[in-house]
Design a protein around this ligand. Structure first.
Ligand code: UDP
Ligand code: MG
Length: 336
């Protein structure tokens, strides 16, 4: 694996995926400068344009033309936030790498605090949302249940109230770059590497411009991906549910026999019961078939081995190819 850092590598890389962020991108870059310039270190900002449909790419390229700190990776189409983060981490060269949203919901002002923790020897520094402004009760509740579920089922202790905003040491990035899987739940995968971690509190701001690209359907997709990616527990539901229903049915038969023997005027209940039982079992079966399908789909996609993303534009990247291949091809096992 390509784990060598070039001589002129920056100390800090800031990686930020963008999808339709044209209105806010100039302000974002400005705030990054305000936060990072005083630190007086070599740094780079890797902007990954995830196939935006507005002027994001042009805006980013315009900034990069006059700002050598800014480098742009452009995808040929929208591949999703997780693919964009993955690409950014592969192109980043810094000894420490910060992953941050480009909509200014993650305040760049927190980056120096993260860097300070890194210098103390932490290999991962999470951004911990201390307050959730502007987020609905439903979103807070769903995310709360999600973290609990992940802890219980997947046995990975996702730090509570963290998003993708975090700093990672080079070691963590290298480990992450070596992950071959396609359905990527970036947070979970990084947490799974198990490096020494700590958190830094911040207040998650409302979006600077534009609107969120995550709706509940996408969030549900992410939750399913993360659970199926980290545990096979749902597959085991089938076994236990099967045992439970089977024992229940046996008990019921016993009751009917006893009633028949000891209760003279015993009458069978109507068809309602039967209908309910059929519907119930049908539902359970379909659900479990769906669960199996989830895993099958993952296996299928993995076996297909398509690249995670396709890069169509690169700005300020003349010298450095991405670790792990430019087009997000799967890393091959063994030597490259
Ligand atoms: N994003 C992306 N590709 C997508 C959707 C989003 O690169 O398909 C970027 C987006 O530009 C932003 C970050 O990912 O920088 C988080 O997205 P968003 O703000 O929509 O999510 P939320 O903050 O609501 O969770
Ligand atoms: Mg956002």
């Amino acid at each position: 694996m390509n784990s060598e850092i070039p001589q002129d590598a920056p100390t800090l890389s800031i990686v930020s995926p963008m999808y339709n962020e044209a209105e806010g991108i100039a302000e974002f870059v400005k705030q990054i400068h305000i936060a990072v310039d005083p630190l007086a270190l070599r740094w780079e900002l890797v902007l990954v344009n995830d196939g935006s449909r507005d002027g994001t790419l042009a805006a980013a390229m315009g900034i990069a033309a006059s700002d050598p700190c800014v480098r742009v990776v452009g995808f040929s189409r929208n591949f999703g936030h997780e693919a964009a983060s993955t690409a950014g981490l592969r192109y980043a060269r810094g000894a420490a790498v910060v992953l941050i949203d480009s909509d200014l919901q993650d305040p760049p002002a927190v980056i120096p605090d993260m860097l300070a923790k890194w210098r103390q020897g932490y290999e991962m520094v999470y951004g911990v949302r201390s307050k959730r402004n502007e987020e609905s009760a439903l979103k807070r509740m769903t995310s709360w249940s999600f973290y609990r579920l992940m802890r219980r089922l997947a046995k990975i202790d996702l730090p509570k109230d963290t998003g993708d905003f975090r700093l990672m040491d080079r070691k963590v990035v290298e480990a992450f770059n070596a992950f071959p899987e396609r359905n990527r739940f970036v947070r979970g995968m990084i947490c799974w590497t198990g490096f020494k971690a700590t958190g830094v509190d911040f207040v998650r701001a409302p979006r600077f411009a534009g609107k969120t690209k995550y709706n509940y359907l996408k969030l549900l997709r992410l939750a399913i991906d993360s659970i199926t990616g980290f545990t096979t527990a749902p597959l085991k539901i089938a076994t236990w549910l099967g045992v439970l229903i089977f024992t229940g049915a046996l008990g019921w038969i016993a009751v009917v026999i006893l009633q028949y023997v000891f209760w003279r005027d015993y009458r069978q209940p109507g068809y309602t019961f039967l209908a309910i039982a059929i519907l119930f079992l049908g539902g359970v079966q379909i659900f479990l078939i769906g669960m199996v399908g989830e895993y099958l789909a993952r296996t299928y996609e993995q076996v297909q081995g398509r690249p995670l993303y396709i890069v169509s534009d690169l700005v300020n990247f003349d010298d450095t190819p991405a670790a792990g291949g430019a087009n997000g091809g799967l890393l091959k096992a063994g030597k490259r």
